[in-house]
Design a protein around this ligand. Structure first.
Ligand SMILES: Cc1cc2nc3c(=O)[nH]c(=O)nc-3n(C[C@H](O)[C@H](O)[C@H](O)COP(=O)(O)OP(=O)(O)OC[C@H]3O[C@@H](n4cnc5c(N)ncnc54)[C@H](O)[C@@H]3O)c2cc1C
Ligand SMILES: NC(=O)c1ccc[n+]([C@@H]2O[C@H](COP(=O)([O-])OP(=O)(O)OC[C@H]3O[C@@H](n4cnc5c(N)ncnc54)[C@H](OP(=O)(O)O)[C@@H]3O)[C@@H](O)[C@H]2O)c1
Length: 272
């Protein structure tokens, strides 16, 4: 007699063995310090673009080794994308950098964070300020139609030491106009201002210096930031965040939060 039992599909075979397991679907290495990867998305996971979750691997002691990671993909994407540093002796990333498609990671489905549109008052222009992997939450926000519904113009300033470290953001921004889902919405509204600080490139200098001197306003043909029209989101090292907050305050912008929306919001790209 023929066996009429249903044949299990490949996905049915991939039984999660980790708590909150998600499966890696693709990995791309950008430099020897940076990589991005995509994982399956828990069906129940809802998040606001710009938020972060805890992800990780099982530690040697049998306890999950988790770190905060900004979700780099937009809320409408059926997978989740992350953009990561590789810290040579970092407890998590010394191992995470070796993941391959089909591997599993742990993802705690509790998104939180301050870099959300709801924490800002309405305005005309939205400035996104990032150093290094701090571009990750903005990779999500730049792909969210809501960002362009709320603002006439979005300006992405990203600074890294070297040109190769800008590639993830550059490829994303350059591909957006051709995106079948949001290309039309983004067209003409997203301005991109990448700079390097160590390697020679057409645009150089720290974000803070380019704001203080007014170079970025002159280059983009925009007036200096003002609390009436401009909003800011900041994501970088602790010192970068402190320095840029001081500058934004001189323009008259005040820090906001989910509970009290104002003119700018800040989040650390890493601790330390
Ligand atoms: C809210 C929040 C969101 C974060 N989102 C991301 C993200 O999207 N992508 C990401 O790569 N990291 C992100 N991080 C940092 C992340 O949580 C880990 O620190 C990082 O993955 C390294 O983990 P580790 O265990 O290998 O080393 P850790 O022991 O965690 O870090 C070792 C040292 O490496 C340096 N370091 C850590 N992370 C970075 C980084 N991203 N860039 C430069 N230097 C770093 C610091 O000096 C730190 O003290 C985020 C951190 C916070 C607080
Ligand atoms: N990137 C690398 O090639 C590299 C290699 C080995 C080790 N590391 C280590 O890894 C850690 C993180 O490196 P990272 O390059 O990701 O981050 P980073 O050192 O914070 O630098 C990222 C970018 O932000 C700029 N920046 C730093 N502090 C700033 C501030 N207060 N105001 C304005 N701009 C600021 C830097 O400019 P400046 O260049 O002017 O500082 C650089 O262009 C550091 O401890 C670093 O020593 C980095």
């Amino acid at each position: 007699m023929n066996d009429t039992r249903p044949v299990k599909s490949d996905s049915a075979k991939a039984v999660p063995t980790l708590p909150d397991a998600q499966t890696v679907t693709s990995v791309r290495h950008w430099t020897d310090r940076l990589f991005s990867f995509r994982v399956t998305r828990p069906r129940s996971l809802r998040f606001r673009s710009g938020e972060f979750v805890m992800i990780g691997l099982m530690g040697d002691t049998g306890k999950p080794l988790l770190r905060a990671y900004s979700i780099a993909s937009p809320a409408w994407d059926e997978e989740l994308e992350f953009y990561s540093i590789k810290v040579p002796d970092g407890p998590l990333t010394s191992r995470l950098q070796h993941i391959r498609p089909g591997d599993q990671i742990i993802l705690r489905p509790k998104p939180v964070g301050t870099l959300v549109l709801d924490a800002l008052l309405p305005g005309k222009r939205l400035w996104l300020f990032a150093t290094g992997t701090g571009i990750a939450p903005f990779a999500s926000l730049m792909r969210d139609p809501d960002t362009y519904e709320r603002y006439d113009e979005v300006i992405m300033m990203h600074t890294c030491r070297d040109l190769a470290e800008l590639d993830y953001g550059r490829e994303l921004v350059e591909g957006l106009p051709d995106d079948p889902l949001i290309g039309e919405i983004v067209a003409g509204k997203l301005r991109y201002y990448p700079t390097t600080t160590r390697e020679q490139s057409p645009f150089m200098g720290r974000i803070t210096d380019n704001l203080r001197t007014g170079k970025v306003f002159a280059d983009l043909g925009l007036p200096p930031m003002s609390p009436e029209t401009d909003r800011g989101m900041v994501c970088g090292s602790l010192q970068f965040n402190k320095d840029i907050m001081a500058i934004l305050e001189t323009f008259g912008l005040r820090e906001g939060a989910n509970s009290e929306p104002r003119e700018y919001v800040v989040e650390k790209a890493f601790v330390g």
